[in-house]
Design a protein around this ligand. Sequence first.
Ligand code: XBP
Ligand code: MG
Length: 251
Amino acid sequence: MIKALLFDVDGTLADTERDGHRPAFNAAFQDFGLDWNWDVALYGQLLAVTGGKERMKYYVDHFRADYIKPVDFDSLVAALHQAKTAHYTRMLGQGGIPLRPGVKRLLQEARDRGLILGVATTTTPENVTELLRHSLASDGPEWFQVIAAGDIVPAKKPAPDIYVWAMQQLGLQAHECLAFEDSENGIKASLGAKLRTVITVNDYTREHDFSGALAVLSDLGEPDQPYERLDQAGKGERGMVDLARLQTWLG
Ligand code: XBP
Ligand code: MG
């Protein structure tokens, strides 16, 4: 039996990108009087880069040839990112972003059965704790033994570093853990850390390459709302991800 479940956050625990991070970035750009505006389609392209600060720099370099960077551009990016985080966490505080189907159910079951829970994400730590507090439970952050997030490792996903760091904190090996991801950058990171990985796709990631995944699913499923399995090995299968099913997949 595995000992720990390690979760990505954005796109996996909750659909945070399109209606959470994206409008928060746009609100920050407005605060600073910038004419930058990320629509839903453009944001899909920008998601190729993980990390909010890294994403803003990538946008300027690849989409805004007209923009003249100030000498202290890094400071501007840092200030924009702080403003963005404030907008985003305010949204979370208003209960704005629910967890995806099956997430709370599986976390609860794992907790009841004494499994270790962890987070491995590129997003800012306070984004994670606010999401867990407002969308999981008031003590949500305490359900997790490790929250590996943000700039804690310099190389963000697709680098495996954040998963390696989380496992080091837990004193566990990859074969004792299972990862949950939603994106190609995410699975590159988890497989790079030698973790078996379950994928739940979303509208931004449906077409990504998930080679090497244990299973690719629409979501984790609920009793009255089964997941649909999308990978060739189990195509068309429907059901609900619980520990028994994970154990079957792990063999
Ligand atoms: C999440 C991200 C993050 C968020 C923004 O990727 O790419 O950058 O979009 O978060 P993953 P910050 O789900 O693979 O961890 O602005 O706090 O960086
Ligand atoms: Mg993700």
